[in-house]
Design a protein around this ligand. Structure first.
Ligand code: C2E
Ligand code: MG
Ligand code: MG
Length: 751
């Protein structure tokens, strides 16, 4: 019997200490308090177990000390419950109980000396000497207090529990019942060890401990977990199938039911068969029905590496794929013409060549639209857009005749892959298109072409594109008809441009740029009334380079800003020097590029220059082409207005070349219009053209502006310009652009 009791006490102690340890591991304040309580309980059982082997008076002493310790356990618990309690009244009550418990437990701990609560005498228990307890009134008061506290706390806890879901409540009941079983047996045991009156507070105490422990720390019960799991798996966007080690279906969520047919889903092997026997950890995509799935197959193993389950996860990627497809298509298409854009063309070209290269040799053609910017600014972007659509449609019509591919690879450019036997045919078929401007008015849009033969299809298309572009630019420069084929010289030209680009910065520092002055002659008096400053580059190796070569280059790479400021300064200094010497006192005109207006504050630059050189503002004439900044009209108008307000003289350069617009004259402030001789040359000046020219010049004069005619080369030119009201002439007939020295001499001869 003694052995049984010892083992029982030891096991109970072990259980409580384990609980204490678990609670301790939780780590928080509550955990520590609970673990303290569990350890103390465990200690009591240890004491009881030891006491069984001791003389009876010591058993009694230990018993009462144990009860004292129990008081402390109770104290811990009240602290714990107090923390959980939200009602301030209940908290106050608990604090009151705490004070009473402290006094009560002090009486018990000192009981071996004072015997207030209980006295003992020896008792023979089946040959084991135990002791019989005689309880005094303090013991009963203690009992009542303990039960009151315990019941009160149970009520508080029960209230807390009621606030939780039924799942959690069920869990507490199970936990409490389990511990209850242990306690009842231990209480019965203790009944036999003492007189038969047992302090039942121990029983309640441990029940309470266990309840608290479960309330705070137990895991969710299985049914709750399963229910939550089911909810989650039914609501995720993936289908999930799980099979056990024998290949039997354990779980299939709602989506998996929809994806895989019931019969197939039943056995793992039929699913594997359906999916083409995937390997474990394999990711793959497969179309099932009308949808596309990204599928993961995984075998699950336990910690020892023994196979336990098969899992399939089906992720529906149909919409994503469709969106990617759509986006890709959008990213490859030009939204205006619905042809390929640059990216799309390059991607499609590789495929196209792969499929067609055996049938024919191909050429890469680039089609440019002549004066596309001017078309946009003169007729509006609606007409420009229409032109692009028309061209695209016409190219598309050619697809019936031979294998070809086309796309819009830049603002006003189309790229085409065409069998090279058809290059000329296509270029002449499509030398221009007509685009309606109004109900019954249409505009002719001229096209020009550069092409290169794809002699080596292993070379990237970029390589050929660059070359076709060179041919295209050359075609434009030469005003060539039809398609111009790329030649090595074009590449040399590009190389030369690269060389110029590399050296341009040093060229300014080294003073390689200079200006020539071209005299402007007043027809009436035949005197020099002005001069245009034209930029020149004296290159140490390449010799004299004309602006026609470097200005467009610098406009592209942005260096024009540096060059123009430099040239304007040179022009102003030259003028100052000439007037100081008394050689020339007229104005000088400088050229402004549209890039200057767009990218810098030319107003303050000019103001600084006149201030630094000390020339007067009206001596500096500023030439701006009217077609400049077609798309930033407001900026152009603003800049010109400010310059004029500031006192500079404004000249509209190259009026009449290309697509000039009267519209520009209407909105821009100006003092001089420079008419291009070309304007008067190539047409029949007797008829309609003559009338128009006369009206324009009358109009300009009526606006109070002067007309300078540029490019006057012959006597006939002079006659013509007199006829059409030109005031001043500039051209080779009078003089080529001259060095400063030569200009001085020219002026002195034409005073
Ligand atoms: P532009 O402003 O229209 O200048 C007139 C151009 O016509 C000059 O060419 C001039 O040499 C040329 N020219 C003069 N008389 C005749 C003639 O009778 N017949 C022919 N066929 N041409 C004549 P240049 O000097 O080659 O300049 C070309 C263009 O380069 C200029 O055209 C101007 O737009 C630009 N440019 C020149 N210097 C500068 C500059 O410093 N800055 C900027 N941004 N552009 C400049
Ligand atoms: Mg000019
Ligand atoms: Mg000009």
């Amino acid at each position: 019997m003694l052995i049984i009791l010892t083992v029982f006490a030891a096991v109970t102690a072990g259980l409580l200490i384990t609980y204490g340890f678990l609670a301790f591991k939780k780590g928080e304040r509550k955990g520590y308090m609970l673990s303290g309580a569990f350890f103390l309980c465990g200690l009591i059982y240890v004491l009881l177990a030891i006491a069984l082997f001791m003389p009876s008076h010591l058993i009694g002493a230990l018993y009462s000390v144990g009860l004292g310790i129990l008081g402390w356990v109770l104290y811990f618990l009240t602290l714990f419950v107090e923390e959980m309690c939200e009602n301030p009244m209940s908290r106050t009550r608990l604090r009151l109980f705490q004070i009473i418990i402290i006094i009560d437990s002090a009486i018990y701990i000192t009981n071996p000396f004072n015997g207030f609560a209980v006295k003992f005498d020896p008792l023979d228990f089946y040959g084991v000497t135990l002791c019989r307890a005689h309880f005094g009134p303090v013991f009963f008061i203690h009992g009542i207090i303990c039960y009151m506290v315990l019941f009160y706390m149970l009520v508080l806890l029960a209230k807390r529990m009621m606030a939780f879901s039924v799942y959690y409540r069920a869990r507490y009941v199970i936990g409490m019942l389990a511990v209850f079983a242990v306690i009842v047996s231990s209480a019965l045991a203790s009944k036999y060890t003492t007189s038969g009156i047992t302090d039942m507070s121990l029983l309640f105490l441990v029940i309470l401990l266990a309840a608290v422990f479960h309330l705070e720390y137990s895991f969710a019960p299985r049914s709750l977990r399963l229910r939550i799991h089911r909810f989650v798996s039914d609501n995720i966007a993936d289908g999930v199938l799980i099979y056990d080690h024998k290949g039997r279906l354990i779980s299939a969520n709602r989506l998996a039911d929809e994806i895989i047919e019931d019969d197939t889903a039943k056995k793992v092997n039929s699913v594997k068969d359906f999916l083409g026997w995937p390997e474990t950890d394999q990711f793959f995509t497969q179309t099932i029905g009308t949808r596309l799935f990204s599928i993961v197959y995984k075998q699950i193993f336990d910690e020892k590496g023994i196979f336990v389950a098969d899992i399939f996860i089906f992720h529906d990627i149909t919409d994503v794929e469709m969106r990617i497809d759509r986006e890709q298509k959008i990213s490859r298409t030009d939204s205006l013409t619905h042809a390929f854009n640059r990216k799309g063309f390059f991607e499609a070209a590789n495929e196209f060549l792969y499929e067609n290269e055996s049938e024919a040799g191909f050429a890469l053609m680039i089609c440019g639209i002549l004066n596309f910017k001017s078309i946009n600014s003169c007729y509006g972007s609606r007409v420009g857009d229409n032109a692009l659509r028309t061209i695209e449609r016409r190219f598309r019509d050619h697809h019936h005749s031979y294998p070809m591919l086309h796309g819009r690879t830049a603002e006003g450019k189309f790229a085409l892959l065409v069998p090279f036997d058809y290059v000329d045919e296509l270029a002449s078929d499509m030398s221009y298109v007509r685009v309606p401007v109004d109900m019954d008015v249409s505009v002719r849009v001229d096209l020009y072409y550069g092409f290169v033969v794809l002699s080596d299809v292993t070379k990237p298309l970029d390589f050929y594109y660059e070359r076709a572009l060179m041919a295209l630019n050359e075609c434009k420069r030469r005003n060539a008809v039809g398609a111009l084929e790329y030649s090595f010289e074009m590449e040399e030209k590009v190389l030369r441009q690269q060389e110029l680009t590399a050296e341009m910065h040093n060229a300014i520092k080294d003073g390689q740029f200079f200006v020539e002055l071209q005299p402007q002659i007043e027809l009436e008096t035949r005197k020099v009334v002005g001069a245009e400053a034209l930029a020149r580059w004296r290159h140490p190796r390449l010799g004299r380079i004309m602006p026609g070569e470097f200005i467009p280059l610098f406009e592209d790479n942005g260096f024009i800003l540096n060059l123009d400021i430099h040239i304007w300064e040179l022009a102003a200094k030259t003028l100052k020097q000439l007037s100081d010497e008394g050689a020339y006192d007229g104005p000088v005109s400088v050229n402004v590029s549209q890039v200057d207006i767009r990218d810098m504050d030319i107003i303050s630059v000019f103001e600084r220059i006149v201030e630094e050189t000390g020339i007067s503002k009206d001596k500096l004439h500023i030439e701006i082409t009217e077609s400049a900044l077609a798309d930033r009209r407001d900026l152009l108008i603003y800049t010109m207005e400010k310059l004029k307000e500031s006192g500079f003289v404004l000249e509209i350069d190259d009026f009449g070349s290309g697509y000039s617009s009267l519209n520009a004259l209407m909105h821009l402030p100006f003092d001089v219009v420079k008419l291009d001789m070309e304007f008067m040359k190539n047409s029949n000046l007797g008829g309609k053209n003559g009338i128009i020219l006369n009206s324009i010049s009358e109009m300009i004069h009526a606006l109070g502006a002067e007309i300078i005619v540029e490019g006057v080369e012959t006597e006939t030119n002079v006659e013509n310009m007199v006829r059409f009201g030109g005031d001043v002439a500039q051209g080779y007939y009078f003089s080529r652009p001259l060095s400063t020295e030569a200009f001085k001499e020219y002026v002195s001869n034409h005073r």
